[in-house]
Design a protein around this ligand. Structure first.
Ligand SMILES: Cc1cc2nc3c(=O)[nH]c(=O)nc-3n(C[C@H](O)[C@H](O)[C@H](O)COP(=O)(O)O)c2cc1C
Length: 191
């Protein structure tokens, strides 16, 4: 049996992304759970950013942004960035999060986030009441101490990264569970 609810905005799990707009001198952070990779070649992602907030206009104005994946240890700071506005709050100052210069774009990355993606805006649409921004990923940063010595970006230690997971609908944060199998492989049992 299923219970139906009509069209609802519910999705789980979601990453807790901190999207930074602006420049080193004047940067803002907005918490965004609606983020997804959209293409692999070239690496491209999409974010949904409400039209009412400060960040949407900043992204349209500057044409770039960074996506910084929060870890469990900055849950309070990440939540604060989702309940305050850059219009009247300096979120870097209030949270104590640290700006680091990006390699390619002007918007900084956040030092305390283990994964940082520099993005250039390539497309902007309005879906319903929300901006849908498509960003080409032009640089990727991962904390070196969370990488194995192989030199590959896929060698990250996800337990050390400890991503902050958001459960949309229930509005709660969680941490990662156990490793239970190999993707692109577990299903071979049924082949
Ligand atoms: C956990 C969490 C996830 C959120 N996800 C989104 C999202 O995906 N898109 C969005 O537009 N707002 C999202 N928000 C709300 C914005 O972060 C919030 O409106 C913020 O105050 C806007 O800041 P700004 O005015 O500085 O841009 C989220 C908030 C929280 C706490």
């Amino acid at each position: 049996m299923k219970t139906t609810f009509g069209p609802q905005k519910i999705m789980f799990p979601c990453p807790t992304a901190l999207v930074v707009t602006g420049t080193m001198e004047r940067a803002n952070i907005v918490t965004i759970a609606w983020v997804s990779l959209l293409a692999s070649q070239p690496p491209t992602l999409g974010i949904s950013v409400g039209q009412k907030g400060y960040s949407g206009r900043e992204i349209k104005k500057n044409g770039e942004f960074t996506v910084n994946i929060a870890s469990v240890d900055i849950m309070t700071e990440a939540d604060f960035c989702g309940i305050s506005s850059g219009r009247d709050t300096d979120k870097f100052r209030e949270t104590g999060l640290t700006k680091m210069a990006s390699k390619v774009v002007k918007s900084p990355i956040i030092k305390e986030c283990p994964l940082n993606l520099e993005c250039v805006l390539i497309e902007s649409n309005i879906v319903g009441i929300t901006n849908h921004f498509i960003g080409r990923i032009v640089e990727t940063h991962i904390d070196t101490d969370k990488l194995a010595d192989t030199g590959e970006y896929t060698s990250f230690d996800i337990e050390a990264i400890d991503p902050l997971i958001y459960i949309g609908g229930a509005r709660e944060y969680r941490s990662l569970g156990d490793r239970i199998g190999d993707a692109y492989s577990a299903g071979k049992k049924l082949k």
